[in-house]
Write a protein that binds this ligand. Structure first.
Ligand code: PAF
Length: 282
């Protein structure tokens, strides 16, 4: 494993790998690595000769300063973890200045409306920040393939759109959600959950699974109502949104149509910590 912090260093490594006709997989992360990241990295290692893992807490995608300040930063243990995985990994851990120069600002994107749904509604500017940082990273790393988890399904669809808009040749690979045995989707934010919150958070996936089971027989209205009720008397978890949406445009629906793919999406607060999850319904 190699650790690089400068744009010019990674660019020169990438140039020499390309001269040797090596393929480059890219796994962008904000660090605080967990098994979900490792699953993406292992898949990337299987499908490419070299894998670049970026570790960068991207300031432009946080609409809440407190969330940015509290986001877990564990660079030393992340590096230790990756050094055991493969020598074909290059870790790129730049400073904000290395990525943004003196102006830490986002490009304003039109992702065809995808950016206005769910996370976009509750985290204004978030997807402009994600799009901007990934545009920078794709330009620096010039990967053949880039890997994203389906836990951030809206982000995954937006990244596919970003690549079209920016006319980039990177192939975007979506990977299944990695869960704890109790169903809780892995997230760097889970590191901030206290014992009580850890115990109750698997409820999120239990609810999604029940919705999936009932999707064929119950109306969207009934499912929405049932989900809200599950959180009504819950002291630990507060529902921010639950939506059943079309996979194609992520617009929430009030009724189902044949031959259309749907997913259920949820965001929940455990105290200050915001957890998201989703599930394919058909
Ligand atoms: O999913 C994340 O961790 C971030 O949004 C990403 C893709 C690394 C961009 O900062």
């Amino acid at each position: 494993m190699r650790l690089l912090k400068k744009r010019r260093d990674i660019q020169s490594d990438v140039a020499s790998l390309k001269k040797q006709n090596k393929t480059i997989g890219f796994v962008p992360t904000m660090g605080a690595l967990h098994m979900g990241h490792l699953a993406l990295i292992k898949r990337a290692l299987n499908e490419n000769q070299t894998v670049v893992v970026s570790i960068f807490v991207n300031p432009t995608q946080f609409n809440n300063q407190e969330d940015l300040v509290n986001y877990p930063r564990t660079l030393d243990s992340d590096i230790e973890l990756l050094s055991d995985v493969s020598k074909e990994i290059i870790v790129f851990a730049p400073s904000p200045k290395e990525i943004y120069g003196d102006q830490v600002t986002s490009i304003s994107y039109n992702f065809g409306g995808l950016e206005n749904q769910m996370e976009g509604k509750f985290r204004p500017g978030h997807f402009d920040g994600v799009g901007t940082v990934l545009k920078h990273f794709f330009e620096i790393v010039t990967p053949d393939k880039a890997y994203f988890g389906e836990k951030d399904f809206q982000q995954l669809q937006i990244v596919r759109r970003l690549v079209d808009i920016e006319n980039m040749s990177v192939q975007i690979v979506g990977c299944p959600i990695y869960r704890e045995e109790n169903g809780l989707a892995l997230s760097s934010r889970n590191k901030r959950l206290n014992q009580n919150q850890l115990e109750v958070s698997p409820l999120i996936y239990q609810i999604l699974t029940q919705v999936k089971n009932d999707f064929g027989t119950k109306s969207v209205h009934m499912l929405n109502k049932w989900v809200s009720e599950q959180f009504e008397n819950n002291d630990e978890l507060t529902l921010e949104y639950f939506e059943i949406a079309k996979v194609s445009d992520l617009k929430s629906i009030q009724r189902k149509y044949k031959n259309t793919k749907y997913r259920a999406f949820i965001a929940v607060f455990a105290g200050e910590i915001r957890l998201i999850d989703n599930i394919a319904l058909n």
